[in-house]
Design a protein around this ligand. Structure first.
Ligand code: 2RA
Length: 337
């Protein structure tokens, strides 16, 4: 059987990656439809070498569509997912619009694939935030073994997480600064080249950013556990690949050796940890592939049952597009036969 697919936000960084993932993974696509804002409508993209016209997104765009992959911002998803679902398309939404809705499953296949069963409630499945996805993939095997009580995470996030314009802003700023010209800032509030910005998304009343609260709230929903989470999310001048320094406190003792074994055997994880050989995860290695790379595993001697780890993943692939396509694969294999 082939499935008719719509990509909403096809001209964005994640939309383009979704298309590439469908091609790479040979997803059984019947008809494919590229949808975007009126600004981008009219562009010609491709699917498996064939030209596909980008059409303007409207409430009538979803007739005959089986699965709609959304990555066009929260407002678009809030406005158009209900129409898509009403037309019979199941939405897999990469925006934050529906993630905390009780009737919308929030899914990382390696962690809570069973939650996909709830897709029928609203016809929407939410893709978690990239920084949440890579963290829960790495922590799932450790939580199953020793029950995580608390997570302290600091993130070092690539500019591609903001989108194409941010990638361009970093590129141009580096050139400007190296040629003695002032850095032009449009996308970010401050210079990003050769700098770190401890702000991703806007600030909430509690002094945390929306990005940091996404990690707190989404982690608890996905792992279906009352885990205490605190986060600091930082933008760094890297193009692709989010890095995270994660500290966990577990209910049971877990040795470094056991943690290494569990990570090495866990779905979606790759153990990259041999510091004697200078081997540890880095964005330049993690970008362009789908594994969540885990290293620098070591005891946190300052608390009982503490462990530190360093986790790096491609934020556009596993952090967004690949995760969404994996959900679509489970949908057609287990639920939409
Ligand atoms: C970011 N996680 O990195 C957010 C959205 N992709 O900007």
């Amino acid at each position: 059987k082939k499935w008719n697919i719509a990509i909403v936000g096809a001209t964005g960084a994640v939309g383009a990656q979704m298309i590439e993932c469908l091609e790479e993974r040979d997803f059984p696509v019947g008809k494919i439809k590229y949808l975007a804002s009126s600004r981008s409508a009219g562009e010609i993209l491709e699917f498996k070498g064939k030209a596909v016209l980008v059409e303007e997104l409207t409430h009538d765009s979803f007739d005959g569509i089986d699965i709609a992959l959304f990555s066009a911002g929260g407002e678009r998803s809030k406005e158009f997912c209900p129409s898509a679902a009403k037309a019979g398309a199941i939405c897999i939404d990469n925006s934050s619009a529906w993630r905390m809705d009780a009737d919308v499953p929030l899914v990382v296949p390696e962690v809570n694939a069973h939650a996909i069963a709830g897709y029928k409630k609203k016809g929407i499945i939410a893709n978690p935030n990239c920084s949440t996805i890579q963290m829960v993939v790495a922590l799932k095997p450790l939580h199953d073994h020793a029950q995580i009580k608390r997570i302290v995470v600091s993130t070092y996030q690539a500019v591609s997480g903001t989108g194409k314009k941010a990638i361009e802003e970093l590129r141009v700023q580096v050139g400007e600064l190296l040629n003695g010209r002032p850095a032009n800032t449009e996308v970010y509030p401050h210079q990003i080249a050769f700098n770190c910005l401890p702000q991703i998304d806007s600030f909430c009343d509690n002094g945390y950013t929306k990005e940091e609260m996404k990690m707190v709230n989404e982690t608890r929903k996905i792992m279906e556990a009352d885990i205490k989470v605190t986060a600091t999310a930082v933008r760094i001048p890297v193009f692709f690949g989010h890095s995270e320094s994660i500290n966990i406190e577990t209910a049971k003792e877990i040795s470094v050796a056991t943690a290494m074994e569990l990570i090495a055997a866990a779905p979606g994880c790759e153990l990259v940890d041999d510091v004697a050989e200078g081997i540890y995860p880095m964005p330049v290695d993690a970008a362009g592939q789908d594994f969540v790379q885990v290293g620098r595993i070591r005891k946190d001697e300052s608390i009982e049952n503490g462990l530190n780890l360093w986790v790096v993943a491609d934020n556009i692939r596993k952090g967004a597009a690949t995760n969404a396509v994996q959900i679509a694969e489970i949908l057609i294999e287990k639920y939409l036969k």
